[in-house]
Every structure is written in C-alpha cells, then in structure tokens.
Design a protein around this ligand. Structure first.
Ligand SMILES: [Zn+2]
Length: 156
C-alpha cells in the first residue's frame, strides 16, 4: 500500500523524479525508498553510519532533497551559497547510478569515516563518472559530510 511521503514543508522534492515509499530506492540498494533513504530525508531517523549517510546524500541529489544536503554538511564547512549550489546540481545533473567502492571506519561507534564511491551521471549530452573519496564526521552525534577528493571522468 502506497503511503504519501512525509515531508517537511520546506523539503524541495522534484516531483518528476521522486520515488515513492514503495519503489526502489534511487541509491541502488535492494530496498524500497521507504525502507532505505526516505526516513533520513524526512528526519524520521538519522543515518547510523557514514556509508548510509553517503547513500542518502546521493539519493537526496536524485530526489532534490536540498535542505537535507545542507543539513548533512558539517556546519563548519557550509558556505552561504551551498543551498543554491546543491539546487543547481540537482537541476542540471541526472544521476543514474551509485557504486560504493570502499569504506574506512564510519561505523556506529566511530567519530570519523571515509567512503570511496563512483556515481554515474548525465549532464547535457555528456555521460560522466564522479569518483570521490569523501570524509565524514559526527556533529552532535549525527554523521555529516566534510569534504572529498574528486575525480570526474567523461565516459563518452
Ligand atoms: Zn537508499
């Protein structure tokens, strides 16, 4: 039974690409959106590990959960134009796949963690792979994105 997603009024989902609670989660896990990233996007739960946060942030780019992307960026590194940047990325890039390659720490008992991933996307007529080693840190108990070393490679 489909239930309407529970959203904060200021969560800006793009209805065109938005999954429902019962459809496959865009992060590519074998779970439904409702059993995977949605509870994090709606703040019903907190991502328990760095890799769960990473997946939910990828998924937030797909569905346009811009407030979530800002909220899960470490406050110390939040630029004033961050919301606009995330929004622009969401509007101009079509994310088509996520592959987690490696994780270091980032577990339930850790304070820091790293995740290496490859995300495939289409921007205009260009298909490319975003390969990143991301750093995560807990802030007030919640996992936050700190920064990453990024390599973008056009694949056609
Ligand atoms: Zn997910």
């Amino acid at each position: 039974m489909a239930r309407p997603p529970v959203l904060k009024a200021n969560v800006s989902f793009d209805l065109k690409t938005m999954p429902t609670s019962d459809t496959a989660c865009p992060c590519g896990s074998s779970h439904t959106y409702g059993e995977c990233c949605e509870p994090y996007h709606t703040e019903a739960a907190q991502a328990p590990t760095a890799v769960a946060l990473m997946r939910s942030r990828y998924c937030a780019y797909v569905v346009g959960a811009i407030d979530y992307l800002v909220a899960t960026t470490l406050p110390a590194v939040r630029r004033t134009d961050l919301w606009i940047d995330y929004q622009n990325t969401h509007k101009t890039i079509e994310w088509i796949g996520l592959e987690i390659l490696n994780t270091w720490q980032g577990g339930e008992g850790d304070k820091t963690g790293k995740v290496e991933f490859r995300a495939t996307y289409i921007q205009g007529d260009r298909r490319a792979v975003h390969h990143e080693h991301s750093r995560f840190r807990r802030h007030s108990g919640a996992w936050c994105y700190v920064d990453g070393v990024i390599t973008d490679t056009a694949t056609r």
